[in-house]
Each structure stands twice: as C-alpha cells, then as structure tokens.
Design a protein around this ligand. Sequence first.
Ligand SMILES: [Zn+2]
Length: 146
Amino acid sequence: MLKARTWWLFWLPKYFWITITPNIYYPSNIDQLKLCISYKHLIAHENAHLKQQKNNKLSWFLKYFFSASFRLKMEVEAMGMESYIAEKYYNLTYATDCLLNNAGNLSSHFYFWCASYSEAKNLIEQHWNYLKQNPPTEDPFDGICK
Ligand SMILES: [Zn+2]
C-alpha cells in the first residue's frame, strides 16, 4: 500500500522512498494524485523490494543492513526494474538517467558504498537488459495502482 512518509522515517533523506512490507512510503512532497502517473518507475522499484521482503521481513532488513553484497543484489534487482519501467512508460533518456543516478547512489554513503560506480552501473544495466529480454509476467502495479 502506498503511504506518505511519516515522522519516524526522519533518518531517511527526505526525497528517498522506502518499503517496509506491506507499505511503500513515498516522499511527502509528492502529489498523491501523480504517484501512479509520474512515478511508475519508483513504484516498480519499491514493488521489487515488497516481493523480496515477503517471506521474512526481519531477516531481509538485517541482511540488507549488514551485508553489502546482499544489499547490492537487492538494489540491482530493484534498480534494473526501475530503468526497465522508466523506458517502457516514459523514455530511454529518462531510464538512462535513472541508471546513472542509481549507480551514483549505490556507490555512495546512501547505500554504504556497496559497490564502485562502474560495478553498480554494469550490474544494473545487465539486469535491465535481462528484463528487456525476459519481460516480467507479473504486473508491478498490481494492488498498488489501479
Ligand atoms: Zn531500493
């Protein structure tokens, strides 16, 4: 379920989204009516985390915080999906901007330096290409956007 972020997410940079199953929290400056129109790529990113957390949310978060390789793997899945959806619903330029921003974020303090910029960029791009060749059969907005 999409929810505007609440006070206890104060520690998260204010333009970051976060998923804590069953909720996806979006930055409170985003117009709720535009979520499912202009932010499909970020919803699909967070939906990938929803699926990852489905079986055991607590162990997912522990591994996410303590293992750089697990964090990288989880984000590569979500960020590859983000670029795939951005290209599908918006355009290639926007999808490429997402890729480059995400590679920058993954190699920074935001994700506790879990990869170098070029490693992050290559891995996300590989997953994006994989999705283009093997389009997901599940609707990434099912139960989230009408
Ligand atoms: Zn993510």
